[in-house]
Design a protein around this ligand. Structure first.
Ligand code: ATP
Ligand code: MG
Length: 483
C-alpha cells in the first residue's frame, strides 16, 4: 500500500486561505498589533498558525513573536487579556486568554546551543529575521507582521508549503547539531502534514541520528506521540526507520523487518505492522472517544514486536512465533518505561499486546460462555481497544478469509453484549462476599477466606450468577470437599 498523502496545493490557494484566516482572527491580531505598535514594539503571528492558515486549517491557539521583552509584553497584555500566565517566562513566553483565543507571545530569540548539553541557553534577539532563522523548518519560519499584515518569508516557506516539502532554513547539519530533537520533529511534521522531506534533510538525519541520544526521553516521547497520533503516521515512521533514528528511539520497530528465510515461510512483519496500524486508525470511530487514540495506535504498532525473538523454523517447513504475545508485552513495557510513559498508558498498551492473539482461539465460535467472560474480564477497561486492535490485525489478501474473520468477531461482540446484559459482566464479583463466607463457614479472616472467594469467582465465571442459596450450597460443598 503506498503512503497516502494529501494532494499538492497551489500558491493562489495558499494566498486565499491565509487571507480568509487572517480575517477570521482579525479581532485578535488587529487589536493586539495596534497595542504593541503604539508602544513602539514589533509583533508578528508566527510558526504553526501561519503555516496552518495557508493549509486552510483554523487555529484558536495563536503564537506570536515580538521585539518586546517579557515584562513589557506582560504590561501590554494587562487590561486586554482575560487571564495571563507566565510559566514560560524563562524562555521569553507570556501566555494569555482572550475570549475563545489562546495567545502565546515570545520575545525574539537568537539561541546559542551548547552542542553537548540537553537544553538550549536562551538569548533574546533583536530582529524578526534572526528569530525566523533559528526555527526548525522553512514552513514553520514564516510570520505575518501585525497590524499591517505583511508576510515575512525569508527562507521560501510558501514555496516549500506549495511543494509540500520540509526543508531547514540553513544547512540541516547545523540545525540538527544545534538541536537534535529537530530530527524527530521532521518525522512528526511529515506525519502531521503528509509532506515529503528534502533529501538533504534525510541525509543529515541519517548521518547524525546518533545525536538524538543527548535529548531527554520525555522530549523524544512527546514528538513520537504526536507522530503516532498524526493523520499519516506511516510516513513519519518510515522516515525514522530509514534514517536509523528508530533503531535508537524505538528499536523494536526496525527489528520487525525480518530477513526472510529461503523458503519465504512468513509474511513481512514490518509491512504487516504498518498496515495494522492504518487499519486500527480506520476503526477508531468505534472507540467511545473516537480518535486519534494513542494507546490503540501504539498497541497496533507494538503488537508483534515479540516475533523476531520467538521465531522458530520447524522441520515440517513452517515457522512459529510461540508466546510472541507475552514476550511482546514485556518488550513493550520495557520500551515505554525507557520513554517515560505513565504507568497507566504502559499497562494499557502492554495488556493489548498480550491479549491480541486470544481471539484466534475462538475458531468459528467454539468458545464457551465461560471463555467469553474471561476475555471480558482480562481485557477489563481495554475491551473496546482490544476489539479494534484484534479486528485490525488481519492483513490477508484473501477477501473471503478476511470477511470470515470479521463476521466471527462480530459474533463474539454480539455474545459479549448479550452476556453483559444478562449479568452486568463489567462488575463480575462472586455471589457471596468475604463476610458472608466467614459467617457460613464459621471461620475468621485468613487464607481460607481468600481461597473460598476465588473458588466462588471461578464458579461464577463458569456458570453465570447464582442465587444466595445456590452460592451457599456451592461454598459448603467446596469446604466439605477439602475436608
Ligand atoms: P503544533 O500545531 O503541533 O503546535 P507548531 O508548529 O506550533 O505545531 P510547536 O512545537 O508548538 O509546533 O512549535 C511552535 C513553533 O516554534 C514551530 O512552528 C517552530 O517555528 C518553532 N520551534 C519549536 N520547536 C523548535 C525547535 N526544537 N527548533 C526550532 N524551532 C522550533
Ligand atoms: Mg504550537
Amino acid at each position: 500500500m503506498p503512503d497516502a498523502v494529501p494532494p499538492p496545493l497551489s500558491m493562489a490557494d495558499a494566498q486565499r486561505a491565509v487571507t480568509a484566516e487572517l480575517n477570521r482572527i482579525a479581532p485578535v491580531i488587529d487589536d493586539l498589533g495596534e497595542r504593541f505598535a503604539q508602544a513602539g514594539h514589533e509583533l508578528a503571528l508566527v510558526g504553526g498558525p501561519v503555516r496552518d492558515a495557508m493549509l486552510g486549517r483554523q487555529h484558536n491557539d495563536l503564537d506570536f513573536t515580538t521585539s518586546a521583552r517579557p515584562e513589557q509584553t506582560e504590561a501590554l497584555l494587562k487590561g486586554w487579556a482575560d487571564a495571563i500566565w507566565d510559566m514560560g517566562r524563562a524562555f521569553g513566553t507570556i501566555g494569555c486568554r482572550k475570549g475563545e483565543w489562546q495567545v502565546e507571545i515570545t520575545t525574539y530569540r537568537s539561541e546559542a546551543y551548547d552542542p553537548d548539553s540537553r537544553k538550549p541557553t536562551v538569548d533574546f534577539g533583536d530582529s524578526l529575521a534572526g528569530d525566523l532563522g533559528r526555527r526548525d523548518f522553512t514552513v514553520n519560519a514564516m510570520a505575518v507582521r501585525v497590524p499591517g499584515r505583511e508576510l515575512e518569508d525569508p527562507y521560501g516557506g510558501v514555496v516549500d508549503l506549495a511543494e509540500r516539502v520540509l526543508r531547514t532554513p540553513g544547512r540541516p547539519e547545523d540545525s540538527f547539531s544545534d538541536d537534535p530533537l529537530r530530527m524527530m520533529r521532521a518525522a512528526r511534521f511529515a506525519a502531521q502534514l503528509g509532506f515529503g522531506v528534502d533529501p538533504a534533510v534525510v541525509a543529515a538525519m541519517t548521518a547524525m541520528a546518533a545525536r538524538i541520544e543527548i535529548i531527554s526521553a520525555e522530549r523524544v516521547r512527546d514528538e513520537l506521540v504526536k507522530l503516532v497520533c498524526a493523520p499519516y503516521p506511516r510516513v513519519g515512521l518510515r522516515l525514522l526507520v530509514d534514517t536509523g533514528l528508530a533503531a535508537l528511539v524505538l528499536p523494536e520497530l526496525p527489528a520487525l523487518a525480518l530477513e526472510r528465510d529461503e523458503h519465504h515461510r512468513h509474511k513481512d512483519v514490518y509491512e504487516h505492522t504498518l498496515t495494522v496500524l492504518e487499519q486500527a486508525i480506520d476503526l477508531e470511530p468505534r472507540l467511545p472517544g473516537g480518535g486519534p487514540d494513542f494507546v490503540t495506535r501504539f498497541a497496533a504498532l507494538m503488537h508483534d514486536v515479540g516475533k523476531p525473538r520467538t521465531r522458530r523454523f520447524v522441520d515440517d517447513g513452517t515457522v512459529t512465533f510461540h508466546h510472541h504475545d507475552v514476550v511482546g508485552a514485556k518488550m513493550t513495557r520495557k520500551r515505554m518505561k525507557a520513554l517515560r510513559f505513565s504507568n497507566d498508558e504502559t499497562d494499557a498498551v502492554a495488556k493489548l499486546v498480550e491479549l491480541h492473539l486470544r481471539f484466534h482461539g475462538y475458531g468459528t465460535g467454539e468458545w464457551t460462555d465461560s471463555a467469553v467472560r474471561r476475555y471480558v474480564r482480562d481485557a477489563a477497561d481495554q475491551l473496546e481497544r482490544l476489539h479494534v486492535v484484534t479486528r485490525a490485525d488481519c492483513t490477508t489478501r484473501n477477501q473471503r478469509k478476511a470477511d470470515r474473520l470479521r463476521r466471527t468477531y462480530d459474533d463474539l461482540e454480539e455474545r459479549i453484549a448479550r452476556l453483559s446484559e444478562q449479568e452486568e459482566l463489567d462488575s463480575i464479583r462472586p455471589d457471596l462476599d468475604g463476610n458472608q463466607i466467614m459467617e457460613i463457614l464459621g471461620i475468621g479472616p485468613g487464607r481460607e477466606v481468600g481461597e473460598a472467594y476465588r473458588h466462588l469467582l471461578e464458579l461464577r465465571m463458569d456458570r453465570g450468577p447464582m442465587s444466595e442459596a445456590e452460592a451457599r450450597d456451592a461454598l459448603l460443598e467446596w469446604a466439605a470437599g477439602r475436608g
